[in-house]
Design a protein around this ligand. Structure first.
Ligand code: AMP
Length: 338
């Protein structure tokens, strides 16, 4: 019997419920402070308590998870750098080597360009800022510490204030990108190496504090020297105009193709292309996530688009576990793990 494991955070509930629905055993690595939350759910067969998630690299936790398949999510990426993730001895679902392409801004942009995604322009130096930009930190910081600027001076003022507040460090490299205005959309996909097929799972929007709150404050009351952050608080569903679906699939297929060429064995499993539709319904992709995103939590009982592909409620967590089972059935487990 296969045991699926993950870290207790992000989308752990969806993943382990999906594993149980597929008849697999489940294990959760859980910080002690969150035991009371995760102990509530009967589909979690075993909980391994830890002081910190970095304990998965050490004994006794490393042995506890050794014979499982670990599902990576955003918390794994934010807690462990890519080298440490690659050093994990437990088999990881999907491609652990592609995760560094998500964490490193330059690699990320390279991958998106290779996939011919319409990426907003990167600004190489703060001195070149001549229009509204968004300034981002490295890695999956969840939008915390991001800021916007329209001039070089504004950039420096805001950066200094974030350093003074201890949000970013003085030597932290920041990534500057043209700000694109429009409807934000986070397009969620699954690529099955077993079926060699891209599936569109769904789409979500993120609610980010405190940028979202600012639209509720009249411009005259907004404090312009503050640095609103893009800290994700939750997600809600979005259904795209059907005429946009074809291009969404094509972008995802180009992405899978680029990933195969740049980061072997490619973009196996769930991923997300994140961006903005402008007034002409033209998409600009500012990000990708090379693993399950927390926005899939809104479809724990299946998504509208998976309803078209499967005649049963399939969450993204369950889809992952179905892929593990399908791979085992055709003796190809090694093709869905690294
Ligand atoms: P990211 O970490 O790149 O996903 O960005 C966090 C949030 O910043 C996004 O969810 C958007 O709200 C916003 N954002 C990022 N890049 C852009 C951009 N180029 N134009 C407009 N908004 C952006």
């Amino acid at each position: 019997m296969v045991t699926v494991s993950t870290l207790g955070s992000h989308c752990a509930l969806q993943l382990l419920k999906g594993a149980k629905d597929e008849g697999l055993d489940t294990l959760l690595v859980c910080e002690k402070r969150r035991l009371s939350l995760y102990s509530r759910f009967s589909f979690i067969d075993k909980i391994v308590p830890v002081d910190s998630f970095t304990d998965i690299l050490q004994e006794p936790c490393a042995s506890e998870i050794q014979d499982t398949i670990l599902i990576p999510h955003g918390t794994l990426i934010s807690q462990l750098d890519s080298e440490k993730i690659e050093s994990i001895q437990t088999p990881i679902f999907g491609n652990k080597y592609i995760l560094k392409w998500e964490s490193d801004r330059e690699l990320k942009e390279q991958m998106m360009r290779k996939a011919d995604l319409p990426v907003p322009k990167a600004i190489n130096s703060p001195d070149d800022i001549d229009d509204m930009v968004i300034v981002k930190r490295q890695g999956a910081a969840g939008g915390k510490g991001y800021f916007m600027a329209s001039t070089t001076q504004e950039y420096h003022t805001r950066r200094k204030s974030l350093i003074a507040d201890g949000v970013i460090s003085p030597d932290e490299p920041l990534y500057i990108q043209r700000y694109v205005s429009g409807v934000l959309a986070y397009l969620q996909f699954f690529y099955s190496p077993i079926r060699d097929e891209v599936e569109f799972f769904g789409c979500d929007q993120r609610h980010e504090s405190d940028i979202e709150g600012i639209s509720r404050i009249p411009a005259s009351n907004q404090i312009t020297s503050s640095t609103p952050s893009f800290n994700v608080i939750g997600n809600s569903p979005l259904v795209l105009r059907e005429s946009l679906l074809d291009e969404a699939y094509k972008m995802a297929e180009r992405f899978v193709d680029a990933a195969r060429r740049l980061a072997s064995p490619g973009m196996n499993g769930p991923f997300c292309i994140e961006g903005v539709y402008d007034a002409d319904a033209k998409f600009s992709a500012f990000e990708f996530s090379a693993r399950i995103v927390a926005g899939t939590n809104i479809y724990m009982n299946g998504s509208p688009y998976y309803n078209l592909l499967f005649n049963e409620p399939i969450s993204m967590g369950r889809r992952i576990c179905r892929e593990i089972k399908d791979a085992i059935a055709v003796n190809s487990l090694k093709n869905v793990i690294t």
